[in-house]
Design a protein around this ligand. Sequence first.
Ligand SMILES: O=P(O)(O)OC[C@H]1O[C@H](O)[C@H](O)[C@@H](O)[C@@H]1O
Length: 452
Amino acid sequence: MKNISLDITKAAQFLTEGAVKAYEPKVKAAQEALENGTCPGNDFLGWLHLPSSITPEFIKEIQDCADVLRANCEVIVVAGIGGSYLGARAVIEALGNSFAWLVGDSNNPTILFAGNNIGEDYLAELTDYLKGKRFGVINISKSGTTTETALTFRLLKKQCEEQRGKEEAKKVIVAVTDARKGAARTCADKEGYTSFIIPDNVGGRFSVLTPVGLLPIACAGFDIAKLVAGATDMEKACGKDVPFEENPAAIYAAVRNGLYDEAGKKIEIMVNYQPKLHFISEWWKQLFGESEGKDGKGIFPASCDFTTDLHSMGQWIQEGERTIYETVISVEQPNRNLLFPNDDENLDGLNFLAGKRVDEVNKMAELGTRLAHVDGGVPNIRISVPELNEYYIGQLIYFFEIACGISGNLLGVNPFNQPGVEAYKKNMFALLDKPGYEADSKAIKERLAKEA
Ligand SMILES: O=P(O)(O)OC[C@H]1O[C@H](O)[C@H](O)[C@@H](O)[C@@H]1O
């Protein structure tokens, strides 16, 4: 089986000769530090060899739980935010039917996501939809206290118990959370829910290959063993002893830091040409944004779906400020085969495409865009994925995870904490008069009064 591969030629040309190679010693040091646990954030390195540590027995334990949910639910709601849902959604959407919620696939439950926002209409419409449905809930929170998830779970738990009875509800509510602490753990233990542990040393944005992602992905009907196999093979392919030039994660980390350090590229646009990969970009944005956006530094992670966004963002990318570069995920072979038909009248003038596969048009759009954007001063990194299946998505996940760990170390930050996310929470709790935030409430209201 070939691996995903990296083409940096259209990015390296924006750097001085040898600039990428010059990162080799720092990359090696970063990988040694990750391996030896001597880097900042070294209490969150459980992801580094997670794929190769996952046993068939553990896969079966997760699959068995998924089978119970699949047998008893027509809808499964995944409650989680950030790393507690993005990975699962990214994989499920990358592998699933683009219209999954409409095709009424009788073999698989409908997987919905909630707890990732505080939209009242969203939650009201969700609870309306769930009325009369045989639904279950996977409540995912590493801290077990995240407001968005906890607020949603309280609504769903109540509705599930009302609709199915408390005892039946216990069969179809599963918690994925901390081993010991947090409200989600307390509730799971009190109610007797099946639960899985998010290892202390695996941060949320690195947790898709723990039950955080594996359980929802298995519930959706995908092969988590193959996902883990792909991640395991990429773990080997990006190991610290792999020669720099042969280590795709090392090269990607080096190139992106070179573009940032030397070429003033402050924004990385993750691009796909397959709509199914939209949430892979969303997952990637948290992984790199939350890992590197610190100390006034870091490449800003953005994303675009092409060719869709070429009609909205194409102008900026082609002629805006030259502080951007693109990383393009290119899927070599789609899973389906659709030929473009001939039309005798040819009113649209498209008969020159007749008989071609739709993907041939997509690939020429990709090539044409790459030429245009590089000509316009936008470096282009291309990640080639042979096909969209569990194995290669597993490779892609681990590739980005290890590249992120290396890159954060090259940037000189702690890639594994996220102190910045606490600020909004403190303000929100103060404004909501949460017990324990009395002083903060007083201060923030005085501030708002002054600013009014
Ligand atoms: O899994 P949880 O503890 O609910 O956290 C969910 C998310 O929110 C936190 O505030 C962090 O920003 C993320 O790193 C995390 O993935």
